[in-house]
Design a protein around this ligand. Structure first.
Ligand SMILES: NC(=O)c1ccc[n+]([C@@H]2O[C@H](COP(=O)([O-])OP(=O)(O)OC[C@H]3O[C@@H](n4cnc5c(N)ncnc54)[C@H](OP(=O)(O)O)[C@@H]3O)[C@@H](O)[C@H]2O)c1
Length: 347
């Protein structure tokens, strides 16, 4: 049975990626588009500046854009809203009975809101019981992590068995992570910007611990790992790279780490969800990989690519990890969350 879906923030960078990824989805069909008052009343092709190589589907191009108010949208709504407005708008939709599957930061760290990477913490969907008890919402909100967090948390998740103790990450983040038009070309060409606004480093340090944490007494106990993050913006179109070091309680061999990544699977693979990559983490043995230009799009942008694992003289090991920020780090992540919810009977 086809499930109708809406997209809040449909005209943005993440909104466009939702439209591209949902174009031939076996379960979900886009029937509603919402954005700001600037776009409301226009047809979609006039309201947006389409930036993706995938063709804008005709039925979406000619669809009218609505204001971001509940009423006409279907029950399931994906959100790629700007975080300055997402809190209020997503809350209003949840209150009105919609299931909001959101990319925005506003609800991620709320104690009763699942912050999901389905391969890592599908069990955190149990927080929805608490959400239903504690909020006056007829609907619900589920979130996916920040786009840099997904790369770090996926790389660390299979290594939890070795006792994760400490980690550092320095990111090199793509310009598409700042939306469109994002950073001015004058600022980013031939440059590295050592600051990403909106508390990016704090998000990497807090969201990762929630995702890797355990359910206890109806809430999530964050993982005790100590995290230090530095985030930079670089002149790459798509794909966030992380230069990561990690220290363990029981340092394993390099082979054991690669094997843990190679064999890592989760609930989406078990359930054979439509957007699940067959192998969520791929270790590349070439010394000059992963690279955003070559590896970000692999497996429809849904896999994390890792390479250059070697001993670290400060912590135990260091490596490079990469993920597609608007797919695995945003729209693809939210679609996988909704697929998981449907498969678990939560839609
Ligand atoms: N880009 C990434 O890699 C990435 C990754 C993970 C998470 N995210 C998060 O996803 C969200 C969207 O990011 P983006 O990169 O797609 O941003 P974007 O390109 O700037 O798009 C923002 C969207 O929000 C809408 N919007 C802005 N103000 C609004 C208002 N007052 N009322 C209703 N809608 C409003 C815009 O509509 P108009 O076109 O009508 O202004 C547009 O559709 C953000 O919260 C971001 O932090 C982004």
């Amino acid at each position: 049975m086809t499930i109708e879906v809406g997209i809040l923030g449909a005209t943005g960078m993440v909104g466009q990626q939702f439209i591209a990824l949902l174009a031939n989805h076996p379960w979900f069909k886009v029937t509603w588009l919402g954005a700001s008052e600037r776009s409301a009343g226009k047809v979609y092709s006039e309201a947006t500046s389409w930036r993706l190589p995938a063709r804008l589907p005709d039925d979406v191009a000619t669809r009218g854009v609505d204001a971001a108010t509940p009423g006409r949208a279907p029950k399931l709504v994906f959100s790629g809203l700007d975080s300055s407005v997402a809190g209020e708008i997503e809350g209003a939709f949840a209150q009105a009975g919609h299931v909001i599957v959101s990319n925005s930061r506003n609800y991620r760290m709320e104690a009763d809101v699942p912050l999901l990477i389905p391969e890592v913490n599908a069990d955190h969907l149990a927080l929805l019981k608490q959400q239903t008890r504690s909020r006056a919402w007829k609907g619900r909100i589920v979130t996916n992590p920040n786009c840099a967090v997904v790369v770090h948390a996926m790389a660390l998740a299979p290594l939890r068995r070795f006792g994760l103790k400490t980690t550092t990450i320095t990111t090199l983040q793509a310009i598409s992570g700042a939306g469109y038009p994002g950073v001015a070309s004058w600022d980013i060409l031939g440059n590295v910007i050592p600051y990403i606004g909106g508390g990016e480093e704090e998000k990497v340090e807090t969201e990762t611990r929630k995702i890797l944490g355990c359910l206890r007494d109806g809430g999530v106990e964050p993982h005790p790992i100590v995290i230090s993050a530095q985030t930079t913006r670089v002149g790459v179109q798509n794909g966030h790279t992380g230069s990561i070091s990690v220290g363990f309680e029981h340092p394993p061999s390099a082979d054991a780490i690669v094997e843990a990544w190679r064999t890592f699977r989760g609930r989406p693979q078990e359930l054979d969800l439509p957007s699940a990559p067959p192998q969520p983490i791929v270790y590349l043995t070439e010394p000059n990989r992963p690279q955003p230009a070559l590896d970000a799009d692999q497996d429809r942008g849904m896999r994390i690519s890792i390479g250059r694992l070697r001993p670290c003289p400060v912590l135990d090991f260091k490596f490079i990890a990469l993920g597609h920020n608007t797919i695995r780090g945003a729209a693809g992540a939210a679609i996988l969350n909704a697929e998981l919810m449907r498969a678990e009977g939560l839609l």
